[in-house]
Design a protein around this ligand. Structure first.
Ligand code: LHQ
Length: 258
């Protein structure tokens, strides 16, 4: 359900239920979570690239798996607590860059998982849909948080209440994703970006991710203190020593992520 491959320090995780537009069932959740857990613990992984197989990125929750007609009312809160929230926390808390290549439609949780990644690229033909409103649900997977922070309440509400598809170009111009890319070039560009990050000073990159995310909850003064503390930590890294030495010696740095 998830293909996993490590190359050039990039762990590529490919959602792989193309017949179902990579909708999430439990097996796919378990496999994806295992991928992000490996990213956390394996020093050879210095960046993650998340993408989807086939013509879609992800259609969100597999609705066949949570079908109220199958008897009883499914406890969706339980599904979220067990599967979605741990995944979203893993992505945000991972102190390594997560690049997302949205290769086609991203609906429901599929869209919001893409918005939780650090740098999200999308194929020009991709569409983002807050599909929840069509079936009486509330955006999850951090969607109410990321939409309102990234594009503001007015746009967040219109997308979430209408479930109108948003094209990749507009998503990029609103700041919901980083860039829209020609379909044929998406995977190559995303792979090159992830590899470039993986070869970079990933200790400092991880601390930078932490700092930017913390800014959402901090007052300016608190953020200045946090920057001081993280800079102290970054300044002790081998990568900082290497970066400065390489600059002064006019050569290319060789970063180790330490
Ligand atoms: C699907 C799905 C799908 C199963 C396409 N499930 N099969 C969290 C916690 C607990 C419960 C509830 O939810 C959540 C979070 C959520 O994510 S809720 C939102 C769930 N997602 C949706 O409501 C989206 C449903 N899908 C669609 O609206 C369309 O499929 C989109 C707009 C994504 C794509 O449309 P098309 O390009 O026209 O493709 P299609 O509809 O023909 O889908 C292709 C196949 O994939 C098809 O199967 P079939 O056997 O007929 O070829 C679909 O049934 C299947 N599929 N999404 N979520």
């Amino acid at each position: 359900t998830v293909l996993s491959a490590l190359e050039d320090g990039v762990l590529r995780l490919t959602l792989n239920r193309p017949d179902k537009l990579n909708a999430f069932n439990e097996a796919m959740h378990v496999a994806l979570r295992a991928g992000f857990e490996r990213a956390h613990s394996d020093d050879h992984v210095r960046a993650v690239l998340l993408t989807g197989a086939g013509r879609g990125f992800s259609a969100g929750q597999d609705l066949g798996d949570r079908d109220p007609r199958k008897g009883g009312t499914p406890d969706l809160g339980q599904t979220i607590e067990t599967f979605y929230n741990p995944l979203l926390r893993l992505i945000r808390n991972l102190e390594k860059p997560v690049v997302c290549a949205v290769n086609g439609v991203a609906a429901g949780a599929g869209a919001n998982i893409a918005f939780a990644c650090d740098i999200t690229l999308a194929a020009r033909s991709a569409r983002f849909i807050q599909a929840f409103a069509k079936i009486g649900l509330v955006p999850d997977s951090g969607g109410t948080w990321s939409l309102s922070r990234l594009i503001g309440e007015a746009r967040a509400k219109a997308l979430a209440l209408t479930a109108e598809p948003l094209d990749a170009e507009t998503a990029a111009s609103w700041g919901l994703i980083w860039r829209a890319i020609d379909d044929a070039a998406l995977l190559d560009e995303a792979t090159a970006l992830a590899a470039r990050l993986a070869a970079g000073p990933t200790k400092g990159i991880g601390l930078t991710k932490r700092a930017i995310q913390a800014a959402a909850n901090n007052a300016f003064d608190e953020q200045l203190d946090l920057e001081r503390d993280l800079q102290r930590e970054a300044g002790r890294s081998a990568d900082y020593a290497e970066g400065v030495a390489a600059f002064l010696e006019k050569r290319k740095p060789e970063f180790k992520g330490r």
